[in-house]
Design a protein around this ligand. Sequence first.
Ligand code: SAH
Length: 372
Amino acid sequence: MSDDDSSAAPRPAPNLVGMGRAELAAEMAGFGAEAFRARQLWHWIYHRGATDFADMTNLAKGFRERLAARYQLARPEVTRALASIDGTRKWLVRFADGQEVETVHIPESDRGTLCVSSQVGCTLNCTFCHTGTQRLVRNLGAAEIVGQIMVARDALGEWPSPPEGRQLTNIVLMGMGEPLYNYDNVAAAMKIVMDPEGLAVSRRKITLSTAGVVPMMARVGAELGVNLAVSLHAVTDELRDELVPLNRKYPVRALLDACRAYPGSSNARRITFEYVMLKGINDSPAEAKELVRLLRGIPAKVNLIPFNPWPGAPYECSGEAAIAAFSDIVFAAGYSAPVRTPRGRDISAACGQLKSDSVRERRSASAYYVRL
Ligand code: SAH
């Protein structure tokens, strides 16, 4: 097939952003460039954050022009940016086909965590999660996942990749979507992100959260070595079937067995169990005791997440006393059980509030709004 086949629709120029090392090397070999050119490009794209071939000053001018004529260096577009009074930032990120996801940055005193989405929408339909009410769903490509980290770096002014003192130190795959229903793209993206000569975020600073896609869990540990978080939320199959319908496929016992077998977990690298606190639903002392019993033998920590409300949500957040009592029981059994302070609630950036379709929440008075 010839490149100038005028009957075919024009193909968009291939995007170098989002290519892994091997892919970029193969692409450059096909382009007739020497192998070290791929390494130079890698450095410009992922370490320096270049958005224009013209800036790549150690490449010959003619080569830069040939690259620019053939390839793109495209990021997704940030179409809206919100900042919470607590410093949390949320970006609405739009991809080439017009689909959007949300990406959230949560600054803390000792770290800054970026919450990254893996799908547009989500198929799991957990009853307490706003994302599950969004109709359209598709997987994000590796470039679209890495792109969220790159636009956050742009907004935070963190190029070249700072060796220390970063505002973006940690990544959690806890945004929209189920990462283990899009494993290949998530894995390709994380391999790019973890490369020490690029974005350079260590696997120890990356946490993948799953609602419990049991058959995929071992691969996460073996192939990526990142931290694992599991959205448990209930201690019986009866209740979990309702809250997290995926439980009907992979029940509590199978999920906990997969956690026990998770490669690389140890007392130094515990699995995080997320537990959303729903008033009168899953927050009794008896359930806290059962949770402790279930976790026996697993290097675990528990994150208690006060339920974040959204318009029309069928639940309320547990009361402070119930949350404290639950936390005390788990803590007394030897597990760390912090209650997660909700962050960015005023801009709907908190857990379970992300949603990117056109129905927009009313802007709250305490958040400011920037149209870009
Ligand atoms: N699908 C993956 C990744 C999403 S992580 C998973 O389920 O783990 C998002 C986390 O926020 C999950 O633990 C989810 O259960 C939790 N969550 C969802 N809705 C919430 C809400 N309204 N309030 C508090 N936490 C919520």
